[in-house]
Each structure stands twice: as structure tokens, then as C-alpha cells.
Design a protein around this ligand. Structure first.
Ligand code: ATP
Length: 240
């Protein structure tokens, strides 16, 4: 089966310091793939470079293909047009705008399956946003803000939705709620690459996981394989 996203031999350097040392990663059609790992492992660097956000003093080498088409040379907005939509960590919403205005900022596009997310469709995914439709985002909880950010990204009709730590700063109960919403979107046919620091929560929802350590893939496998790996249980799950 062809991968939706195929990243090979990916290296990212900030000036002379290399943050990613040759990463290979694939996201398959209709799956929830996750990149997990500690602070500073290179997760944000990886997804930022996939979306084409690393410019300036950043050097990226290796290949990035979406549905078999090389996108490595494309500017960020062209990658969005190709279907790679990244929701960055903690920066998803305009605080002074209402929920509805945040959603309307992106005109609803139609994806390859003909699916289109109207504002009402986003509310169907996240019913609590409908109740808050006329409220400014500054009044929302962290979990609700993430829902607005994800909802807005859905309106761009992503072929691949990339979420960089949507659970950051959320209370544990909300972490699972947001992750379960993401799982639901994948069950409805969306393809997602999720960045998560919390390996335990990631194992609950992801189909496959890449564990990133110091800029390298230290382990890769299905959630079941990862749970059965003693070294991973020891290092990330408190020996469970
Ligand atoms: P976090 O969970 O804290 O976001 P992360 O796994 O996403 O961590 P990155 O933010 O990608 O990790 O950082 C990977 C490495 O690259 C770190 O050593 C970091 O210091 C370095 N780095 C990240 N951004 C830059 C930058 N703009 N300039 C120089 N070095 C950077």
C-alpha cells in the first residue's frame, strides 16, 4: 500500500547543529500515526520541516512525498494546497475572535473524497463548540481551543492533518478527550500524524508510533508491539 506521507533520510540542521539525523517515517492511508518522545527529541522540528515551515538558517535534506509526489521543494502554502495541514503547538486560535469567526477564517475546501467541513460539520464533530459559537476564544478552556484549532484545520480539507502536541497544557481528563476526538476523525476516514509527548496516552489512540530520541527513530511499531516491548515499557510507561 502506498503511503500518504513518505519521509526518507530526513536531516534538519539549525546552523551547524543537527537536530534530526536521518529519519524515515511513513503515514498510511486512514491511519493515526504518532511521533512520541521527550522534550527536545526533535518532534516539532520533524513536523515543521514536513510542512515546509523551517526556513532561514535551517537546512533540510532528504525526501518528503505526499501520495508519491515529491513536495520537499515546495513553499509552505503550496504544501497546504497539496493537502499537508499542520496545527502548530499552542498557536492554533485567534484569542480575540469568536469561535465561529475563527472557523470562518478558513474557507471550506473539498478533499479528494468530496468531503467538505462546513461550520455546522465542525460543530457536529465538536458539539461543545456550537454552544460557545459566539464566545471569544480567550474565554475557552484549553481543550476547547484545541478543538477550534483542529476544526479550522479540517476546513482546509487536509489530505494529511498534522497535529503538534494538541494536548499540551491540558488537564489529564481533557488530554484523553481531545485525543479521542482525533481518533474519531481517523475512524471517519481522515489520515493523521500526531505529535505527543505523553507516550501512554498516545498508545491509547494511535495505530502506529514512532519513538523519537535525540533526533533519531529509536523504535517504531503498532501500539500493541510498543506496549509489548519491555524497553519501552520500562523507559516510558513506568515499567507497566
Ligand atoms: P518539545 O516537546 O519541547 O517541543 P521537540 O521534541 O519538539 O521538543 P524540537 O523542538 O524539535 O524538539 O527540538 C529539537 C532540537 O532542536 C533541540 O535540541 C532544540 O534545542 C533544537 N532546536 C529547535 N528549534 C531550534 C531553532 N530554531 N534553532 C536552534 N535549535 C533549535
Amino acid at each position: 500500500m502506498n503511503a500518504v506521507l513518505d519521509v526518507q533520510e530526513f536531516r534538519v540542521r539549525y546552523g551547524h547543529s543537527e537536530a534530526l539525523h536521518g529519519v524515515d517515517l511513513q503515514v498510511r492511508e486512514g491511519e493515526l500515526a504518532a511521533v512520541a518522545g521527550a522534550n527536545g527529541a526533535g518532534k516539532s522540528t520533524l513536523v515543521g520541516a514536513v510542512a515546509g515551515w523551517s526556513r532561514g538558517k535551517v537546512t533540510v535534506t532528504g525526501s518528503v512525498a505526499l501520495d508519491g509526489v515529491d513536495v520537499a521543494g515546495l513553499a509552505p502554502h503550496r504544501r497546504v494546497a497539496a493537502g499537508i495541514v499542520l496545527v502548530p503547538e499552542g498557536k492554533g486560535v485567534f484569542e480575540n475572535l469568536t469561535v465561529e469567526d475563527n472557523l470562518r477564517l478558513v474557507r471550506a475546501a473539498r478533499d479528494a473524497r468530496g468531503r467538505r467541513y462546513s461550520v455546522e460539520d465542525v460543530y457536529a464533530v465538536f458539539p461543545q463548540l456550537k454552544e460557545r459559537a459566539t464566545k471569544k476564544c480567550s474565554t475557552l478552556s484549553g481543550g476547547e481551543r484545541q478543538m477550534v484549532a483542529i476544526g479550522r484545520a479540517l476546513r482546509a480539507a487536509p489530505r494529511l492533518l498534522i497535529l503538534d502536541e494538541p494536548s499540551v497544557g491540558l488537564a489529564p481528563r481533557l488530554v484523553l478527550e481531545v485525543l479521542q476526538h482525533i481518533r474519531q476523525l481517523v475512524d471517519e476516514g481522515l489520515t493523521v500524524l500526531l505529535v505527543e509527548q505523553n507516550v501512554r496516552a498516545t498508545l491509547e489512540v494511535a495505530d502506529r508510533i514512532y519513538l523519537l530520541e535525540q533526533g533519531k527513530v529509536a523504535a517504531e511499531g503498532s501500539a500493541g508491539e510498543m506496549r509489548a516491548d519491555d524497553r519501552i515499557a520500562e523507559a516510558y510507561l513506568g515499567g507497566l
